[in-house]
Design a binder for this molecule. Structure first.
Ligand SMILES: [Fe+2]
Ligand SMILES: [Fe+2]
Length: 212
């Protein structure tokens, strides 16, 4: 997929030192542009084009058909997410309700991270363990022995998160009896979901840091 910025400039680096994002976003030294004839903000499109690096990886490494298919699937999902990101951005710019804008900003923050992780996964899979791998990849989890300090710190953080989980449950009840505004309960519930995620991550690290 070759994506062009407004004015037909290729939306990817021309050389290592090419400041392509600002050139793409701002080819005439003015504000953000939309892609000619699409109405899609150029910013959203060069988010999508970071997948181009993954396709470059597939070509460089002569990847297998199944690797191509997985990277294609990640790219497809990434393209849909890029459109969604734009919709959320528009919502935040245009919605009159500050309450709705506040909540949707929380979604946008998550979606931006999802998008980044999709790109990093695509690059990790596409480039394999070859040289010239871009920086934006998921680092390998070390399995080469015990790391005592890492395990100790991870356990301490896990204890903290488990305490956090109990405290958030109490806080939720407390808000309810206090007579919460409807969105406060939602915000605490979202924190509880995040806490579950943090616990999952720390448990994963503990499991894998102990493998030999
Ligand atoms: Fe998402
Ligand atoms: Fe946490």
């Amino acid at each position: 997929m070759v994506v062009l910025c407004r004015g037909g400039l290729p939306a990817r680096p021309q050389s290592a030192s090419d400041n392509w994002e600002s050139r793409c976003n701002n080819p005439e030294g003015k504000g953000p542009k939309t892609l000619a004839g699409t109405g899609i903000a150029a910013q959203a499109v060069f988010v999508a084009t970071r997948f181009e690096k993954a396709f470059q990886g597939l070509r460089t490494t002569g990847a297998s058909v199944s690797t191509h298919e997985v990277v294609e699937a990640l790219n497809r999902h990434g393209r849909e997410e890029a459109e969604l990101l734009q919709r959320y951005r528009r919502f935040i710019e245009e919605a009159e309700s500050p309450g709705a804008r506040y909540l949707v900003q929380l979604i946008l923050d998550d979606e931006q991270r999802h998008h980044r992780v999709l790109e990093e996964l695509a690059n990790t899979i596409a480039w394999g363990w070859t040289k010239g791998v871009p920086d934006e990849v998921v680092p390998v989890f070390p399995r080469d022995g015990e790391d005592g300090a890492l395990r100790a710190e991870t356990r301490a953080l896990l204890r903290h998160e488990l305490r956090d989980r109990t405290q958030l449950r109490r806080l939720r009840r407390r808000l309810r009896s206090y007579g919460e505004a409807p969105s406060w309960g939602l915000l605490v519930d979202l924190m509880r979901l995040d806490t579950k995620k943090h616990i999952d991550i720390l448990r994963f690290i503990l499991r894998h840091a102990s493998r030999r």
